[in-house]
Structure formats: C-alpha cells, structure tokens
Design a protein around this ligand. Structure first.
Ligand SMILES: [Zn+2]
Length: 262
C-alpha cells in the first residue's frame, strides 16, 4: 500500500521506465513527523519528470529528477507535510516495522547498524552493534547505555554537588520504570539510566533537581528558586520530558518495538 503525492510539475504521462531505471539514494536520514521518527529517503531517478513522495514500509520516500535542487524537494515535503502525516497514521505499522533499529541517545534519534564483531560502538552519530537481528542489536545498545549512564551521571553529580554546595551521601543508577530520579531524606540520590537517551541539558536538569531536594525536601517556591539559579532553562527540560519521557521509559522493559519514538 504505497501512496503517492505528486508535485505540481507532474506531467500527465507517467514515465513507464521509472520502475526499471536504477535509482540513486542521495539522502537517507531519520526525520520527525508529528512526533514520530521515520526514515526519510530521497532518491534520484534519471528520467523522472516530477518530484514524488510515497509513504511505504521503507519510510517516507521522495523520488526526484536529477536536476531538481534540494530546496525544491524540501519545499514540496513541507507543502505535503499534512498529507505525509495522514499516510503515516494510516500505516500504523510503519513505526513498528522500522523503529527497532533506531534509538534516542543524547536527545537525538540514532540509527543502529549491524557490526560484525562486538563491542557496541557509537561513532559518526550511528550505533554499531553486533547481533543477528534488530532486536538483538537494540538490546546490545541498551546494555551499552546502561553501563554508560553510570559514569555520565556520576560526573554530573560531582560537578553539581560542588557548585551547589551540597553533600551527596550516596548515588545510584537504577532501572526505575516511572521516574527519572529520586532523593531520600538521607541525601541519597538515584537516577534512571535512561537519562542518557535525553539531551544532556535534560540530564543535567534532573541532577540539579534531585540535588536541590537535599536542600529543600519539597517542591516549594524556595526549591524552584534553587533549581532555577542553577538551571534557568528547567521548564524547557520539563517540557521535553513530558513529551518524550513516556517513550524513553518503555525501553529495556521487554518492549523491543516502541511505536512512538521521537
Ligand atoms: Zn522533585
């Protein structure tokens, strides 16, 4: 079930050789459409006469003639935005089919590619992971993130505890299912390892938030003043977590294919 949008420059006669002419993929990335990360491909077709967009199980696929410049493609994609989203909605399975090889890391959606040998590597914005299938590779990347979370959060706690002049008695990294961090009255803080999926600023905000609870064990105005002093953008971070947090929290809980990931 591929659906097609055609640009205004389309000609009445379809080029019958479109399907057999070799195509060249000139762009392959992941784009966000209405909060969903979807593969986005631009292909050049030698004898194409118009820009076309199809939404298939491959993702959003744009085909264009050689000479059409990139900005025209972008303008057409922009123009077709609503249409694209409607097609993605209809093809509800698209996300499930394609997203198990993509994951959030430091606030961006990253591709997971197959590596012939371990260990997992993150290089050039892409994860390279061993594994026979996408689920195995995703699991390997999640394990890598769980391990990575500890030093990253420890560094952040060291930094902020000295800046905020608070003493942290204990720090742990946990597999919480519904929260990002916590702070006990005994100045022991814990953090969700999934914070490494979020933008660095969000991770720092959660650390500031929990350390601020060592000073103020509540969400009073005084507490928020402490947070704001050290993290003036905390509201944007809260907003990011409201939007994306529920999806991130599903990782590593036996759900391999996460339908919403943005
Ligand atoms: Zn709190």
């Amino acid at each position: 079930m591929a659906r097609t949008a055609q640009s205004a420059v389309r000609t009445a006669i379809q080029n019958p050789s479109d399907t057999i002419t070799p195509m060249r993929t000139v762009l392959s990335e992941v784009r966000e459409f209405d909060g969903r990360a979807v593969p986005f491909l631009v292909k050049e077709v030698p004898r194409a006469r118009s820009i076309r967009i199809r939404v298939t199980h491959e993702g959003v696929v744009v085909t264009k003639p050689y000479r059409v410049p990139r900005y025209e493609v972008e303008a057409f994609v922009e123009h077709s935005h609503k249409w694209i989203i409607a097609q993605i909605d209809e093809m509800g399975t698209l996300a499930q089919k394609t997203l198990s090889d993509r994951i959030h890391y430091l606030g961006e959606v990253r591709e997971i590619r197959r590596a012939s040998v371990p260990p997992v590597r993150f290089s050039g914005d892409v994860f390279w992971a061993p594994g026979e299938d996408a689920a195995e590779r995703l699991e390997a990347v999640l394990e890598w993130m769980r391990r990575r979370a500890k030093p990253v959060l420890r560094d952040s706690v060291y930094r902020w505890s000295s800046r905020m002049c608070v003493t942290v008695r204990r720090m742990g990294v946990r597999d919480q299912t519904s929260r990002w961090g916590s702070c006990s009255s005994a100045a022991s803080v814990s953090f969700n390892w999934r914070l490494v999926m979020a933008p660095q600023a969000v991770l720092e905000y959660i650390v500031v938030h929990e350390l601020a609870h060592i000073l103020e064990h509540n969400h009073s105005d005084r507490f928020w003043r402490v947070v704001e002093t050290h993290c003036p953008d905390y509201e944007a971070c809260e907003k990011w977590l409201d939007e994306h947090g529920p999806e991130l929290l599903q990782y590593g809980r036996g759900m391999i294919e996460v339908p919403l990931l943005a």
